[in-house]
Ligand binder design. Structure first.
Ligand code: 0GY
Length: 301
């Protein structure tokens, strides 16, 4: 099938620099996606955007170029609950990738078992209206209860303004809950203000909640290096990510978010994104927890 990209779509950047920061051995890119290729793995009819293709081989080439050892591939909404492209990538990775899928409540035990054998360790619930249609909470709870015995976790994607309403749902889920991109804080607000304060308190009060400290390129208002020089890329995001890494060193993950769906202003250089890491995890010990120990414990146990 031929797919036409959403107008204005920015393609991923195919000449990333080699990072100056040398990733520790065993480092995991714990948030990335595969898109299609649409001709083999068609995009879902219910999708809200049509991306450019981003294949497993292109993802693995990026992994090797940046110096990562492994990937956690997260189901993107453009594939709905059709996880075939993701599962194909997991099988091809020969143990060097784990996955987080999207399932409907009708998923069978056999399907869950098959996905586990392929390397799936979580399901994703998406609360962004621009990305996914609403699913009733009782259906999500049912899914969480089904996957809990497998030792899987739930990954949630939402915006900071919606946390007050979602808080109780997250804190009462029966599995580990991993929050995408720090719950998308408005980084023009203070890091110790009310909005991010609620997120930090949720993590403080609920040890089953983890966070990805990813996506400076998506959250930044101050912008990419072109505006300020490489040292200051996405500098407004640093205090938020640093706060989580230092307060919850055992419960943070990092990922590139390649191939960076739905960015509007620019497409990041993934090499420079890796160079962002020492700015938020300033010691070798914090870096090792963030990039190796934590993802290893959650995905390869
Ligand atoms: C991300 C962010 C986005 C998209 C998706 O599944 C998705 O379509 O997660 C976004 O548009 O903010 O994590 O890739």
């Amino acid at each position: 099938m031929e797919f036409i990209k959403t107008p204005g779509w920015l393609d991923w950047f195919d000449r990333p620099s080699r990072p100056t920061f040398k990733l520790p051995a065993g480092a995991v890119d714990a948030h990335c996606h595969v898109f299609g290729p649409g001709a083999i793995f068609p995009y879902a009819p219910e999708r809200k955007y049509t991306p450019c293709d981003a294949s497993k081989d292109q993802l693995f080439a990026l992994r090797d170029h940046l110096g990562f050892d492994k990937n956690v591939i997260v189901q993107a909404t453009c594939h709905g609950s059709d996880n075939r492209a993701l599962l194909d990538a997991l099988l091809a990775a020969e143990g060097r990738a784990r996955g987080v899928v999207t399932v409907k409540r009708g998923v069978t035990d056999e399907e869950l078992k098959m996905m586990h054998a392929a390397g799936v360790r979580g399901v994703r619930f998406n609360f962004l209206k621009r990305l996914a249609d609403f699913t009733p909470r009782y259906e999500l709870v049912e899914i969480a209860q089904r996957i809990a015995p497998l030792g899987w976790h739930v990954v949630v994607y939402f915006e900071a303004q919606d946390l007050p309403e979602l808080h109780e749902f997250f804190t009462t889920l029966p599995t580990i809950v991993v929050v995408d991109h720090m719950g998308r804080p408005d980084v023009s607000k203070p890091v110790d203000g009310q909005e991010f304060g609620l997120f930090v308190k949720m993590m403080q009060d609920h040890p089953h909640i983890w966070s990805k400290v990813s996506c400076p390129e998506r959250l930044s208002v101050s912008g990419p290096p072109a505006l300020h020089g490489e040292q200051h890329a996405y500098r407004d995001v640093v205090p938020f990510a640093k706060k989580l890494v230092e307060t919850f060193p055992e419960r943070v993950l990092w990922g590139t978010d390649w191939p960076h769906p739905n960015l509007k202003s620019h497409m990041p250089d993934d090499g420079l994104l890796v160079d962002f890491i020492p700015g938020i995890a300033s010691t070798a010990e914090l870096q090792h927890k963030l990039l190796v120990d934590n993802p290893q414990r959650l995905y390869w146990n």
